[in-house]
Design a protein around this ligand. Structure first.
Ligand code: 13P
Ligand code: SF4
Length: 315
């Protein structure tokens, strides 16, 4: 145990030294392993990470997150080197929306405004009018003239939630996050019976029946703020379990219980296998070798930038 801690600390120290020597910045999502979060320059939700990527002065951005996040950072910084510790760190939402199929749908509804959740590929972004994240989605939808119908992709759960919140006519792509669709309502309600004073908080990528019983619905940062500012002591947290690290640091005296998954697994919670592909060792290797690097064609970056910039202007 002692040895493991020392070894880990030395690897973390080596990463921090390399980072300084190379003028690199490490941006990490809340779903990353705790030891990665601990050495990140900034931890945030998708919107905050995109904003940080847009304003960084570093020469190298190491993105401890998934592919679409690193891609967004590259689009915002075409001249910078953007590294992703594991290039296979994908996302079920991004994969659910192949550009060819999406192009066909778009053609059928030429009068629709296309809003895409940031969890999609750069090519899908080039087909979008405006991008959104879970923390600004409602605002983005409300910014669209009321008489305009909307195509929303790729997350049907977030889309359904937004349709309900805004009352807008929205055509939804049939995509979902495997992590947020893994929660069991039956198990959640049983857990709630054991902790009747708990507040249930959920990410809007969760299914409608989970959102229906939630006391608060919001992005990862929204959930963190809610738990910090609430007078309640106990929370059942329906999002990827990695968030519990930062949350518990923010409120060490509060009780945080991960929402249970349908299938029994090692953590009895829901973990994103894509996010967890990044390890401390891979982070060290990528910073040392300066690869794997996100490489995109200048044309693709130019076309994908416009809908991201529109989002940032409104955020
Ligand atoms: P946010 O951090 O923007 O809430 O997104 C959650 C998520 O699933 C990222 O992949
Ligand atoms: Fe994609 Fe879901 Fe993993 Fe986020 S948690 S990266 S939405 S699969």
């Amino acid at each position: 145990m002692m040895e493991k801690t020392l070894q880990r600390t030395s690897l973390q120290d080596q990463i921090l030294k390399l980072k300084k020597d190379k003028n690199a910045v490490i941006l990490a999502h809340y779903y990353q392993e705790p030891e990665i979060q601990e050495i990140a320059d900034f931890i945030g939700d998708s919107l905050e990470l995109a904003k940080k990527a847009a304003e960084t002065q570093a020469d190298i951005i190491v993105f401890a997150g998934v592919h679409f996040m690193a891609e967004t950072a590259k689009i915002l910084n075409p001249s910078k080197r953007v590294l992703l510790p594991d290039l296979n760190a994908g996302c079920s939402l991004a994969e659910s929306c192949p550009p060819e199929d999406f192009r066909k749908l778009k053609k059928q509804y030429p009068d629709h405004v296309v809003v895409t959740y940031i969890n999609c590929s750069a090519e899908i972004k080039t087909l979008s009018d405006i991008v959104c994240t879970s923390s600004n989605a409602e605002k983005i939808i409300n910014s669209i003239p009321e008489d305009k119908p909307i195509i929303f992709a790729p997350d049907k759960n977030l889309g359904r939630y937004l349709r309900q919140k805004t009352g807008r006519k929205m055509l939804l792509w049939d995509g979902a996050c495997i992590v947020h669709e893994a929660f069991s309502l039956d198990k959640l309600l049983k857990l709630y019976k054991q902790h009747p004073t708990a507040k249930i908080i959920a990410h809007p990528e969760s299914e409608a029946h989970i959102l229906k019983v939630a006391n608060y619905i919001g992005s990862t940062s929204g959930m963190l703020n809610y738990v910090k500012n609430s007078e309640n002591h106990t929370f059942i947290v329906a999002t990827e379990a990695g968030i519990l690290h930062q949350m518990q640091k923010d409120v060490p005296y509060k009780t945080l219980i991960p929402a249970p998954a349908k299938e029994d697994n090692t953590c009895a919670c829901s973990e994103c296998a894509f996010m967890k592909m990044n390890t401390l060792q891979k982070l060290y290797n990528c910073l040392e070798k300066e690869e794997p690097e996100i490489l995109l064609s200048p044309q693709l970056m130019k076309e994908a930038l416009a809908p991201i910039e529109r989002m940032l202007e409104l955020s």
